[in-house]
Design a protein around this ligand. Structure first.
Ligand code: 8YV
Length: 323
């Protein structure tokens, strides 16, 4: 049997690339830089499957094609707001993602950011490295206690629930939840969480707010100037979801005028470019999209893609179809 022709748009963990090559005629983008839109368009005409990542902005490309060769986009990652779903679905292209296998590590990173901003760890690290530390003193880099505080979680899917577990069972935090659909009582009960009707009602009650909703047009600037204004001045905001969920200009103003206490970001609108307005805010910790960046998660994500491809090309329903 002829093996399906598969393009991997970025380098993956070696074990996964090896597994892929066993079942597929695999081509790796050895330059390991993102494909240009033109290269991506060509890929859709020449490969049975393309395996994109968040760095492949698959806007209206598919729409412009007559008859793409590609039958499946097996995304390496859980979020797929970089893919024009309506466009590719119209061409009958299947899209899959990699849920579950990165939830714990992404929640770990959200918790890392929460602790870092509350305890001013970013500021402290910069101070030590830059030789500015003059020694212990009672008033030095005094932060905010985390234990027992109220955490608002926006988007109570797999990652949001993992975040709640860490915060509630590890730090005794009270959990408030906002989610587009009703969360089952038994799920809420796991962390003694309360679902709040809408974001505007949730924000004023929280000491910390962590975003775990999808990106894309529907949630663009979900956190805007007026919502930032609803947060307590001593509250913190964490984003490991997608950059576009926050209006970054409004955020920089909130930080600058200290209408909120601090922010931890792992994702950015237009990343890897960082809005210059954010660069000089001290009470901000920024990480380079590390949510799923553990050996374990990155391998598991890859194997999940391989499983989806095997199902698809062997005539079974892929487990992680999203369209
Ligand atoms: C991925 C992520 O590593 O899975 C996601 O949606 O945000 C990341 O943790 C990245 O998107 C790879 O495509």
């Amino acid at each position: 049997m002829v093996k399906p022709k598969v393009l991997v748009t970025r380098r993956w963990p070696a074990a996964v690339e090896a597994r892929l090559s066993e079942s597929f005629d695999t081509v790796l983008n050895t330059s390991d830089t993102p494909l240009t839109p033109e290269e991506f368009r060509t890929a859709l005409q020449n490969y049975d499957a393309v395996l994109p990542t968040v760095t492949d902005r698959i806007g209206n490309l598919a729409l412009e094609l007559e008859r793409p060769q590609t039958k499946i986009l097996a995304n390496y990652g859980v979020g797929y707001s970089h893919i024009d779903m309506a466009g590719v679905t119209r061409h009958g292209i299947t899209v899959t993602n990699t849920p579950d296998v990165l939830s714990e590590c992404t929640a770990d990173l959200a918790m890392t950011l929460l602790l870092m901003v509350a305890r001013r760890a970013g500021e402290g690290e910069r101070e030590v490295r830059e030789g500015r530390w003059t020694g212990w003193r009672p008033t030095h880099l005094v932060g905010t206690k985390v234990s027992g505080k109220t955490l608002g979680i926006i988007g109570y899917g797999r990652i949001g629930q993992q975040m709640a577990k860490r915060a509630h069972h590890g730090f005794g935090m009270k959990i408030l939840v906002q989610n587009r659909s009703r969360v089952a009582p038994e799920i809420l009960a796991q962390c003694n969480a309360t679902q709040v009707d809408n974001i505007d009602a949730l924000l004023p009650q929280c000491d910390f707010v962590s975003l775990h909703c999808p990106g894309g047009a529907q949630n663009r600037h979900l956190i805007n100037a007026s919502r930032l204004n609803l947060m307590k001045p001593d509250a913190f905001l964490i984003n490991t979801a997608r950059g576009e969920v926050i209006d970054e200009l409004a955020l920089s103003q909130a930080l600058w005028f200290e209408t909120i206490a601090g922010v931890g970001l792992d994702v950015f609108d237009g990343e890897p470019n960082i809005n210059p307005a954010l660069m000089n805010c001290d009470n901000l910790v920024m990480l380079p999209h590390l949510g799923s960046a553990t050996r374990e998660s990155r391998e598991a994500m890859g194997f999940r893609v391989v499983d989806n491809l095997c199902d698809f090309f062997q005539g079974r329903e892929p487990r992680d179809r999203v369209n």
